[in-house]
Design a protein around this ligand. Structure first.
Ligand code: PLP
Length: 428
């Protein structure tokens, strides 16, 4: 098959007829597939079931410092959980607060606190006429939902292969005091899989924002979520806390991480890493919000993983289950879509997503045709603030939940729909 743009109108029409026959057959078959959310598969959840046996009615519930986890106390987490989360984020435990079951909740609370009580003594954002935010796109829909919920004006920043467009970030934050934050997923980004280069991380750390209370929301959700055991295929990024400190901006970043896709999503352990000044400020509110988070869950995690080597070994078990799923989708795209030269997609080395860019103006149609055929994809536009992809071109593929066999079927449907939508657009 030649590239579609080399085909004549007649040839495109012939191709369209064949594809529509294929699509009609797909519609007749009773398919129900879901590639919409980045949920671990059941086999991945089973990897952590041993965690349910590390504590029982006869166990010792004391931490290394002799604290009884069954009781109130230790607001910012038990020491060994702080160490585990510090290792995941490659920071010192002194810079870590362990919170509850999920990191999104910490991000929400951090934005919310900034609105009601400001950031380190600055004016609460709710008292400002306007709060703006930078959003590298495509990005994570739930980040955008948080800022949208608080009425923040979101500004799209294009993603390059090594991170967000830093010329644009530098210019905007230095000129506009209303810009208070930026969402970042620095490693195996959702959905592009991009890892930020050293230069990008350093440029972030060296930003000179007009707003004193500008903060980088560094969501390192996929810090240890490699797909390959071979270290040369594992992305490494610079430590943003260290770089901010070196650049004289120690308070400018909040880093987030959780074990949602290490142990159990929704029942993991989540943490923030940041400067001591930010920690002291946040803990003042935290102590009012709660007497403490679930320390028994923290202890269960630490007893199960033992140490950071245990966490890393566990992640390789996840990788072994995820790799064939990514391979199933990517090899189908390579085999059946590449030659048509009508789409581009990422080949991530970690994380949970593949980002597919179809011809401008076609993403919504592809997603809705797939839906009619029984296959659910993340809504077109979801990877952009306000759900609006200006080019209507990006589609997020989440291969983790389905089986490799189903992913082959799902990719086939996606490919047929992409080809039909593209040809119809070309013939308009
Ligand atoms: N951050 C990113 C970038 C994600 O992709 C996800 C889940 O898909 C989350 C955060 C959610 O994390 P948690 O379960 O810790 O709230």
């Amino acid at each position: 098959m030649a590239g579609y743009n080399t085909l004549s109108k007649e040839q495109l029409n012939e191709e369209l007829v064949k594809l529509k026959e294929e699509y009609a057959k797909i519609l007749e078959s009773d398919i129900s597939l879901d590639m919409s959310r980045g949920k671990p598969g059941e086999d991945q959840l089973n990897l952590s079931m041993g965690m349910m046996n590390v504590l029982d009615g006869n166990s010792d519930y004391k931490t290394t410092v002799g604290f009884d986890c069954r009781n109130y106390g230790l607001l910012d987490g038990i020491p060994e959980a702080k160490q585990m989360m510090a290792d995941i984020m490659e920071v010192s435990p002194e810079n870590v607060i362990v919170f509850g079951n999920a990191s999104l909740n910490i991000m929400y609370d951090t934005v919310s606190r900034s609105f009601t009580h400001g950031v380190l003594g600055e004016t609460p954002w709710c008292k400002l006429d306007k709060v703006k935010w930078l959003c590298p796109v495509p990005g994570y829909d739930r980040h955008f939902s948080i800022t949208e919920f608080f009425g923040v004006e979101m500004i799209n920043v294009p993603m390059n292969e090594d991170g967000p467009d830093m010329d644009m970030v530098e210019k905007l934050v230095s000129e506009d005091e209303a810009i208070k934050g930026i969402w970042c997923v620095p490693k195996y980004a959702n959905p592009t899989g991009v890892a930020y280069s050293d230069e990008v991380v350093r440029r972030f750390a060296a930003l000179k924002p007009a707003a004193k209370d500008f903060r980088i929301f560094w969501d390192n959700a996929y810090a240890i979520h490699h797909l390959y055991e071979d270290e040369s295929k594992q992305e490494k990024i610079l430590n943003i806390l260290e770089e901010c400190e070196k650049a004289g901006n120690p308070d400018m970043v909040y880093e987030f991480a959780s074990t949602s896709k290490v142990s159990f999503p929704g029942s993991g352990v989540a943490a923030m890493a940041t400067s001591k000044a930010n920690i002291a400020f946040i803990k003042k509110q935290m102590g009012i919000q709660t007497i403490g988070y679930d320390k028994i869950n923290q202890l269960r995690h630490v007893k199960f993983f033992k140490d950071f080597d245990g966490v890393k070994a566990h992640m390789m078990k996840h990788a072994a289950l995820l790799r064939p799923k990514f391979d199933a989708v990517l090899s189908m795209l390579d085999k059946e879509l590449k030659d048509a030269e009508i789409a581009a997609w990422t080949k991530p080395q970690g994380g949970y997503f593949i980002s597919l860019d179809v011809m401008e103006g076609c993403a919504k149609k592809v997603v809705s045709m797939c839906k009619d055929a029984g296959m659910i994809l993340t809504g077109a536009g979801a990877t952009y603030p306000y759900g609006k992809d200006p080019k209507d071109s990006n589609i997020r593929i989440a291969p983790s939940y389905a089986t490799p066999e189903d992913l082959v079927k799902a990719s086939k449907i996606l490919i047929v729909c992409t080809k039909i939508a593209t040809i119809e657009k070309m013939l308009e």
